[in-house]
Write a protein that binds this ligand. Structure first.
Ligand code: SF4
Ligand code: SF4
Length: 126
């Protein structure tokens, strides 16, 4: 599956798109983080319906110090994240115009992480 080797293009907010978070999602994430539902809302929600995003548009739950497997709540991720791309081929792999928007943001995150001392996970094995 491409997702295992992807920097999470679908985890960046695009103009006109929204990640819709349900009460069930919040409760699952709260249990995963071992905090109250209200604390999830307070710390991570932008409004009643969606998560906050970082300056580059990446989801508030995205790890900034690695380039694959970046969702820090993967086991408890929202239903919309779990279902995307809904049984279809991933649009980020298929559509160059989408990649053109996201790729510079991913590269900036990689550059920042590198400058802050991130190391390649593979290099830790030896
Ligand atoms: S659904 Fe597409 S963009 Fe999202 S992680 Fe998987 S391959 Fe990457
Ligand atoms: S919750 Fe995880 S999978 Fe969903 S957008 Fe955020 S980082 Fe991506």
């Amino acid at each position: 599956m491409y997702c295992n080797y992807c920097p999470g293009y679908c985890c960046y907010r695009l103009k006109g798109s929204v990640l819709h978070i349900t009460a069930e999602d919040i409760n699952r994430i709260a249990r995963h983080l071992q905090i109250a539902d209200g604390e999830v809302r307070k710390q991570y929600m932008e409004n009643k319906y969606t998560f906050r995003v970082n300056e580059d548009g990446s989801c508030i739950f995205m790890a900034q110090d690695k380039m694959i497997k970046r969702c820090t709540i993967h086991e408890a991720r929202p239903a919309q994240c779990l279902r995307f791309p809904y049984g279809n081929p991933c649009p980020y792999i298929e559509q160059e115009d989408l990649l053109e928007v996201i790729q510079p943001r991913v590269e900036l995150a990689l550059r920042n992480a590198w400058q802050n001392g991130a190391t390649c996970p593979e290099s830790k094995k030896s």
